[in-house]
Design a binder for this molecule. Structure first.
Ligand SMILES: Cc1cc2nc3c(=O)[nH]c(=O)nc-3n(C[C@H](O)[C@H](O)[C@H](O)COP(=O)(O)OP(=O)(O)OC[C@H]3O[C@@H](n4cnc5c(N)ncnc54)[C@H](O)[C@@H]3O)c2cc1C
Length: 385
């Protein structure tokens, strides 16, 4: 039995951030992942300036964007019609998760974290983890950063997420040869899925094309994907489409219990409008690690959850406002009004853009959007459950 201060399960953005932050404070940390790194993760890889700021703060250096594509122009479409092309927007970086996550994991190792990647978990209890290779680890605090299908969340709450409210995304990596490089614009298509959208993200050598949204109103997500590929003029036959759940606004008000904390997708921390999750995963990993360290310093590991909840207050407030605003942007009955406003108002377009780029937070956006909506619409939205 090997003893650590903190065990982190999952070495994605949330887990690597948590492990790095705790190790930098002198804590002994075990980082477990069933995968060996580098490993891929189904994701658009859109990395905002918000992500960049968090990355620098947590890992102590700027993210390496040598293999990324950076765009300062974006096109918005709705039902096959171009709504707007915005130029001079805040930079958006299109990364490959294979590289990005490997870099974060390397930072964790540099910080002195002990590597237990490439090893599946055989048994999990409140204070110990037994790996399939027979080794057992114990710790006073456990951080579950094991993604949307979290076994830690399942252990605590009986299931990793709520099937009624969870989101789902489909993606395909289209090789550049299938596309005209000049057409490689960063593009978002409202309504490509119900309560969701479609995206086409240029990368070096390929384009990541996807559709995503709430799972329940989209039993036909694969059809949406095929229609979207057709809209983009891409062949949809014989391409391997992959899917993954996405906690799209599905955050847990209490992400954990006592000395067991959940971070990133395991805590449901994905923006309900933009689908951004990398930034919130890193930030929540850092906050979970800080709460764990503070609780350990006070010899009160069971107090970790209350400290963590208080650290997450601003993020939860933002996501709560975003979930309410989502009704205006995505609900089929209001979407026409939103699209009309988006087409007419340069201010709303720029605000949306700054939101996507991580430059503006939801309270400000809510004030601006709501001020532009007719009163009857506002009342109707308030009445919508
Ligand atoms: C289709 C799609 C597109 C997306 N596009 C974007 C985007 O463009 N930009 C953006 O910001 N976000 C995007 N997201 C969201 C983003 O991918 C997630 O929010 C982010 O990866 C969350 O990071 P995480 O560290 O919490 O979890 P993950 O990145 O999922 O990492 C979890 C880790 O835990 C490990 N693990 C899982 N189970 C176990 C286990 N039992 N034992 C040990 N280890 C385990 C996994 O191997 C993995 O390494 C997208 C998501 C989807 C599905």
């Amino acid at each position: 039995m090997t003893q650590f201060d903190i065990i982190v399960i999952g070495a994605g953005p949330a887990g690597s951030a948590a492990a790095t932050w705790a190790a930098k404070q002198g804590r002994s940390v075990a980082l477990i992942d069933k995968a060996s790194f580098p490993r891929n993760k189904l994701c658009g890889g859109l990395f905002t300036e918000r992500s960049r700021t968090y990355y620098h703060e947590i890992f102590g250096q700027d993210v390496d964007l040598a293999h990324a594509v950076t765009r300062e122009e974006i096109a918005f479409w709705h039902e096959g019609r171009e709504l707007a092309v915005l130029s001079d927007i805040p930079p958006l970086h299109l990364t490959m998760r294979l590289d990005l996550d490997a870099a974060m994991f390397a930072h964790a190792l540099d910080a002195g974290v002990e590597d237990f990647t490439g090893q599946a978990i055989a048994e999990l209890t409140e204070t110990a983890v037994k790996l399939r290779n027979g080794s057992s680890l114990t710790a006073a605090v456990i951080i579950g950063a094991d993604g949307v299908n979290s076994i830690v969340a399942k252990q605590l709450f009986g299931k990793p997420f709520d099937t009624k409210t969870i989101g789902f995304g489909l993606e395909v990596e289209v090789p550049l040869s299938a596309q005209d490089p000049a057409e490689q614009l960063l593009r978002i298509d409202f309504a490509a899925a119900t309560w969701g959208y479609g995206w086409s993200f240029p990368k070096q050598g390929s384009t990541t094309v996807g559709v995503g949204g709430l799972r329940a109103p989209n039993p036909d997500m694969k059809d949406h994907m095929q229609r979207y590929m057709h809209t983009l003029g891409l062949p949809s036959e014989a391409v391997k489409i992959k899917g993954h759940h996405l906690p799209f606004g599905d955050f847990r008000p209490t992400p954990g219990r006592a000395h067991i904390l959940l971070a990133g997708d395991a805590a449901g921390l994905v923006d309900p409008i933009t689908g951004e999750g990398i930034a919130f995963a890193m930030k929540s990993g850092q906050l979970a690690a800080q709460a764990a360290c503070d609780a350990l310093n006070a010899y009160a590991p069971h107090a970790a959850i209350e400290l963590y909840k208080s650290g997450l207050k601003d993020m939860h407030r933002n996501l709560r406002i975003a979930r309410n605003l989502r009704r205006i942007i995505f609900a089929p009955r209001w979407q026409k009004a939103f699209i009309g406003t988006f087409r007419r108002s340069g201010t709303v377009r720029m605000m949306y853009m700054r939101l996507l780029a991580g430059e503006v937070e939801y309270p400000e956006l809510a004030r601006r959007v709501l001020a532009r909506l007719p009163r009857y619409l506002l009342n109707a939205i308030r009445r919508t459950p």
